[in-house]
Design a protein around this ligand. Sequence first.
Ligand code: IPE
Ligand code: IPE
Ligand code: MG
Length: 255
Amino acid sequence: MPDTDAKGIHGLTRLPRHIAIVMDGNGRWAQQRGLPRTAGHKAGVNAVRNAVELCGQYGVEVLTLFAFSSENWKRPQKEVSLLMDLFFSALHREVKRLNRNNVRLRIIGERTAFSTKLQERIHAAEEITAGNSGLVLQVAANYGGRWDITQAARQIAARIETGNLTSAEINEALLSEYLCFHELPDPDLFIRTGGEQRLSNFMLWQAAYTELYFTEALWPDFDAMAFSQALQSFQSRERRFGKTGEQARSETGKD
Ligand code: IPE
Ligand code: IPE
Ligand code: MG
């Protein structure tokens, strides 16, 4: 059980409801050890297990992990197919544990690009965990923020074509209804491991007001200490959402 005290869980007073992570640095982690890049991806799966457990302990509601971007198909074919195999076997291996821990798993991204077998396994894993009420774990696979916005635009255009919508009715609220995970809160905290400071096409719409946190730690090394440092950094952020600092502070005070 987490040690809750007057200052909140593990002494933290503000916890993100939704954390989004770009799990970067697997290849470099392996190369530093004289291993093939693929060994880094395998080690990365253990870090995923840790992160899921930590989110459960801290009471985070949603964790979204960027596992494979719509641009990662450009990598050498051998690496892409290893990543697909790893995804396939991890889904099989981890689903029981996730289910035991009351985690609801969902995969976001263009899944029709995957093999039929992988699509079936994704579907099965989602079905098995669908009724769980704990952490929502989203794995972004063949995901891109631009893809998400594009597929939303296509759905909206189709409604206009059939006469069910007019262009004047399109506003931010309507568009967001067609995006992935529109029913969940936007990410509060974005973490990117591996030292790069960029979004790499992750959550372009939903990250409009997300707090960004970058760490040099490579993804396989992202442990409980690194996780807690990211949460510590989140404590000192003042989220203004366009308002003045004074307004933001008086509203937080009311909570
Ligand atoms: C992130 O690690 C995992 C994927 C993109 C699948 P990388 O493979 O990008 O690792 P680096 O950035 O080359 O070290
Ligand atoms: C972003 O990492 C995607 C994932 C972690 C899945 P990349 O390694 O693909 O990003 P770039 O190419 O360095 O921007
Ligand atoms: Mg990378």
